[in-house]
Write a protein that binds this ligand. Structure first.
Ligand SMILES: [Zn+2]
Length: 178
């Protein structure tokens, strides 16, 4: 149900610089941003041109392009160079896929937060007063309620604030447009 509702939201997502940055940074890394923005709005650019224009080494350029390709963020067309006789890849930024990927990232974040929230809600946590360790009851009893780091006795911890924080974060994520 929730997934369906979120899926409808992709249509409303605007592809802007910020959304592209978020997706690329999350999946490939900040270092790939300049390539993506260089390709944006252009058509079938040879990897040699990309490397030259951005003053990057060709191996590094290819490496980043293939990493982007693994996530379907860029596409390529391989063509034989008639003069030189070797193959050259021509690249395109697959801009229209960005909202879909952004949504997948978000759904994964929501799933992780839900798991964490469930763990917080269904367990009793123990923590040492120096805050070096925090564990659930089953683990704490295994260690006789003694902290592995400093040897202090661990006490039951009220995790109301953690639950509140996670619930709030989940609400924010589910309501945000992107
Ligand atoms: Zn401790």
């Amino acid at each position: 149900m929730e997934q369906l509702c979120l899926l409808k939201k992709t249509n409303k997502m605007t592809i802007n610089k910020k959304l592209i940055e978020e997706v690329v940074t999350e999946l490939v890394g900040e270092e790939a941003l300049e390539i993506v923005f260089y390709l944006r709005g252009k058509n079938k650019i040879s990897e040699f041109i990309v490397a030259e224009e951005l003053d990057l080494e060709i191996h590094r350029t290819r490496n980043l392009l293939y990493r982007l390709y693994e996530h379907n963020i860029v596409h390529f067309l391989r063509k034989k160079d008639k003069i030189k006789g070797w193959y050259i890849c021509y690249w395109d930024f697959n801009e229209k896929i960005i909202p879909e990927i952004a949504l997948k990232i978000k759904l994964k974040q929501i799933e992780k937060l839900n798991e964490r929230l469930e763990k917080e809600q269904t367990n009793t946590f123990y923590m040492c007063k120096n805050a070096c360790a925090r564990m659930i009851f089953d683990q704490a009893i295994e260690h006789n309620f003694k902290c592995l780091e400093c040897g202090e006795i661990m006490h039951e911890q009220d995790n109301k604030r953690t639950i509140e924080f996670l619930t709030e974060r989940l609400k924010e994520l589910s309501n945000s447009k992107k």
